[in-house]
Design a protein around this ligand. Structure first.
Ligand code: SF4
Ligand code: SF4
Length: 303
């Protein structure tokens, strides 16, 4: 580590997906930042919710060879059940290196802006040839303001297109200046009833609504998205509330995202508390009916 790195803000990055054709135009790198202020019961990345890095345990890969016990300085490896005692573990990763079977993995590598940029710049030719760039997602990436301000400044200087995915509960005062560095903002709407929002997701409803209005009024490059989650966001009342909000904001396009439960498989690797909802996916007929609610409200549904 360079001496100047000690002064640098860091953020826990839990994945970088390269060559993605989703989450913005062209070929993109998706940077997943750990930590979230909400706790959506349908979260597709349950390993992202805690800000702190964590050791994941893949029980199906474990051969019970117990090299991990020998190297752990904190007696944080258990013989039975979930291998890691999170109360004792200090994420030194010695067990990860010792496990020959890939049964243990660090989720959340702390990177400085320069370290992240050196990885992103490797794919710059792909961004340039495809009109792509980098998308910051999570978790809730806006929790890492200092880090992202540096990264976004680097990207701007390098001419790399940037997109930020947010649930909108960020501090406007903190982010206002930094938002101007972004080429695109994907704003994820969820539940538009204040009490249901608090009950299912947590705090931040009023701030989310204010930020949505400020982004539109300020002419920021914001596009709204919504994942249609059975029984949570797909209710007739919630869809109508989104239509009403769009009419109030003067917006007329939305990205609709289909529900899938692939995130549930990841709950066990971190001993997560998130419930396994086991919801059925929408049928084509249900999907078309929901689309029509938006279209009848004058809102174009984007792919
Ligand atoms: S070293 Fe890996 S395979 Fe062996 S007991 Fe530990 S986690 Fe399981
Ligand atoms: S990361 Fe370090 S402290 Fe945590 S269980 Fe592994 S060896 Fe022990």
């Amino acid at each position: 580590m360079e001496p100047t790195d000690l002064m640098e803000p860091t953020a826990p990055v839990f994945d970088i997906q390269r060559f993605s054709l989703h989450d913005g135009p062209g070929i993109r790198s998706l940077v997943f930042l750990k930590g979230c202020s909400l706790h959506c019961p349908w979260c597709q990345n349950p390993e992202s919710q805690e800000t702190k890095p964590v050791i994941a345990f893949y029980e199906d890969r474990c051969k019970k060879s117990f090299e991990c016990i020998a190297v752990c300085p904190n007696e944080a490896i258990r013989l039975e059940g979930f291998r890691v005692d999170y109360g004792r573990c200090e994420q030194c990763t010695r067990c990860v290196d010792a496990c020959a079977y890939g049964a243990l993995r660090l989720i959340g590598e702390r990177l400085t802006p320069q370290q992240l940029m050196s990885r992103l710049l490797a794919d710059r030719p792909y961004y340039e040839s495809s009109g792509g760039g980098v998308t910051f997602t999570g978790g809730e990436p806006t929790l890492h303001h200092q880090f992202l301000e540096r990264v976004l400044t680097f990207c701007k200087e390098a001419g790399i297109h940037t997109n930020l995915e947010t649930a909108g509960t960020f501090s406007w005062v903190t982010w206002e200046r930094t938002l101007g560095l972004l080429d695109l903002i994907y704003f994820d709407l969820k539940i538009l009833d204040a009490e249901l929002y608090r009950q299912h997701l947590g705090a931040g409803f009023a701030r989310m609504m204010e930020n949505a209005a400020k982004l539109v009024a300020g002419g920021f490059p914001v596009e709204f998205r919504m994942a249609l989650i059975p029984g949570f966001t797909d209710t007739p009342a919630n869809l109508e509330a989104v239509v009403d909000l769009f009419q109030a904001l003067g917006k007329n396009t939305i990205h609709l995202l289909a529900y899938h439960n692939m995130g549930e498989a990841k709950i066990d690797i971190i001993q997560g508390a998130q419930p396994k909802l086991g919801l059925a996916r929408h049928t084509d007929e249900q999907w078309h009916r929901m689309r029509r609610v938006f279209e009848q409200g004058g809102i174009e549904v984007l792919g």
